[in-house]
Design a protein. Structure first.
Lengths: 184, 115
């Protein structure tokens, strides 16, 4: 039987490593989506996810166990914003689109995937962070509107509208790029 | 209004399963000291809890037994035992058996008798 988040949180507060592992396993993807929506770079998003989980564990006593997911996502977002600010200061460092996620088995497939990833991220980049967050949580992580609303403190209708705007903007940008490519 | 789900699968981090697993392992490794600290703290609190509860339970039991014993033994009987055990004579034995404090007259009478 799957244990609810609040049960796992209480166990993890007592130092239960299995409970913490389960928390990580359960929320890692969503944490990554939120981090990526801010930092827009896979390797950076991974760093943020790591830091955020450790920070969450250290501050677990201040968490309301039945609101754990929303609390964790706030930590991830704040960490990501700090990380992104630091990153912008060090703008001379190249972004590592291709090095972010590679399997190493098939370099050509890795390259294609990296290009796709880069295109998607470029298309999302001009969007407000909140739109990117909603888009990634819904279309990448499969969260429902209500779940996103709970986690981000938004009404369900607002989530739907934000998602609609985000999708339209990304589609327009991807379409514009396609047209530009064909013309050139 | 076209509002279908976008295919964001190229952004899915789990596509590179090995890398994703490594990330989870790194998080677990970094969590070890904090989990150990928490487990240790729980251990000390638990140990104190284990000590506190039996001590409190024993104290409560002693209090309960004392109250019961006092309720069962009637004062006159207790006083009779006391008078007998200490071989007390009148008027002290009378005051004790009557379960009352001596009056000023009792004390004056007792002093006069001793003379």
């Amino acid at each position: 039987m799957t244990e609810a988040d609040d049960v796992l949180v209480v166990r993890a507060r007592g130092g239960d490593a299995d409970a913490f592992d389960e928390i990580v396993r359960r929320h890692m993807r969503a944490a990554y989506a939120v981090a990526l929506s801010v930092v827009l770079e896979p390797a950076d998003a991974e760093d943020v996810v790591q830091d955020a989980f450790i920070s969450a564990l250290e501050r677990l006593d201040s968490c309301q166990p039945d609101r754990f997911a929303a609390w964790l996502m706030r930590i991830v977002r704040n960490r990501a914003i700090s990380h992104h600010r630091r990153r912008r200061v060090r703008q001379s460092e190249p972004l590592e689109w291709a090095s972010g996620v590679t399997s190493g088995d098939d370099p050509r497939a890795d390259l294609d995937r990296a290009r796709l990833r880069e295109r998607l991220i470029e298309a999302m980049e001009p969007l407000p962070a909140r739109q990117r967050e909603v888009l990634l949580l819904h279309d990448l992580e499969g969260w429902r509107h209500r779940e996103i609303g709970d986690a981000l403190g938004m009404k369900e209708g607002t989530v739907r509208y934000t998602l609609f705007q985000a999708r339209r903007a990304v589609r327009e940008r991807l379409g514009y790029e396609e047209t530009r490519k064909e013309e050139s | 209004m076209k509002d279908e789900r976008l295919d964001l699968s190229p952004l899915d981090p789990v596509r590179d399963e090995l890398r994703w697993r490594r990330l989870a392992v790194r998080i677990r490794e970094r969590a070890v000291p904090e989990l150990a600290r928490r487990a240790g703290r729980e251990g000390v609190l638990g140990m104190l809890g284990h000590w506190a509860w039996p001590t409190a339970a024993a104290a409560a039991l002693v209090a309960l037994m004392s109250a019961s014993a006092l309720a069962l033994i009637r004062p006159p009987e207790v006083m009779a035992h006391v008078v007998q055990a200490f071989d007390l004579e009148a008027p002290v034995s009378v005051w004790l058996l009557e379960d009352r404090a001596p009056t000023t007259d009792d004390l004056a009478l007792a002093l006069e008798r001793d003379r």
